[in-house]
Design a protein. Structure first.
Length: 303
């Protein structure tokens, strides 16, 4: 079953902004709104971006579900940019009705907890989505940088072509396959659910933030024991930012942990790809075919 690519954006199209998980003050979304407007798009901010919630979430489960559902069903909205991730999409994913979205696909943009949406849509409907910077990335002049600009290029239909330096633990080779992945803890969390992804023959990318080394090791073993790492076309290791160790050291760095876990496989592996919870976060189209080249002097990823 081939992947469906949502229509790319034209000047004058409308981008909806929602907060389907954690709370984010509207003030921190303003630069994003102004930038999208400057790019030539109309912006429709959902109710969850103006939430007066007093807890972690941007609204109740019902409010967040309703806001996202309205954006999915509105044919005038051509893309949905999630304001932030955090946690919460798992609580509402089974209540979303994708019937109208299937008939009229649109780009879903975000990362972190939005991994749930990416995986669910890819697994169940084979519609491409966009793992890319969210609202906070536009702040502090981030909208001028290459990573937010990669989101603009992706929405407008430009084919991605990224080149990065080599890493000492890279495993050289070439791979072609549909790109899948996202946040490690969410990928492990989705195993055994209706949102679980198949990885055989795909290029998988993973990233993480703020996890103790032993917890990352445990989640990686969950991927391995469930067969997610067995028959990959290739593996991309994004940023593992703010990872910490226990008082009694785990004994390995995160890259050493991953290297030991996948060294038996013969597919190419690259480390330190700019995707994840840092300012260096390239836009990647989930479900779209990419070519990964891990060479002696450079690493290339291209559509």
């Amino acid at each position: 079953m081939s992947i469906t690519i949502p229509p790319y954006l034209q000047k004058g199209d409308t981008i909806g902004i929602v907060a389907p998980a954690g709370f984010m003050p509207i003030e921190k979304i303003q630069t994003c709104i102004e930038t999208l407007d400057g790019w030539g798009y109309n912006v429709q901010a959902g109710a969850t971006t103006h939430s007066n919630s007093q807890n972690y979430f941007s609204g109740t489960d019902e409010e967040r579900l309703s806001d996202l559902q309205q954006m999915l069903d509105d044919r005038n909205i051509k893309a949905i940019l999630c304001a932030r991730g955090g946690y919460g999409v798992s609580r509402i994913i089974d209540g979303i009705n994708f019937k109208k979205f299937m008939k009229h696909p649109k780009w879903i943009v975000g990362f972190s907890d939005i991994t749930v949406l990416h995986c669910h849509i890819y697994s169940n409907y084979k519609i491409a989505t966009l793992h890319a910077p969210m609202a906070a990335a536009f702040n502090d002049n981030g909208f001028e940088g290459q990573y937010v600009q990669s989101l603009k290029h992706a929405l407008e239909g430009d084919n991605a072509w990224y080149e990065i330096p080599v890493h000492a633990l890279n495993k050289r080779g070439e791979a072609i396959g549909e790109l899948v992945g996202g946040n490690l803890s969410l990928l492990a969390h989705l195993i055994g659910t209706d949102s679980d992804i198949k990885t055989r023959g795909r290029i998988l990318f993973i990233e993480e933030i703020g996890e103790l080394l032993y917890k990352s090791d445990r989640m990686l073993w969950q991927l391995k024991r469930s067969g997610k790492l067995d028959k990959l076309a290739g593996l991309i290791i994004g940023s593992f930012s703010d990872n910490a160790d226990t008082d009694r050291p785990f004994g390995k760095t995160i890259h050493e942990i991953i290297h030991d876990l996948v060294k038996e496989y013969d597919y190419p592996v690259c480390y330190n790809f700019p995707v994840g919870h840092t300012g260096e976060n390239y836009a990647l189209k989930i479900g779209v075919g990419y070519k990964l080249k891990v060479g002696r002097g450079k690493v290339q990823l291209e559509e």
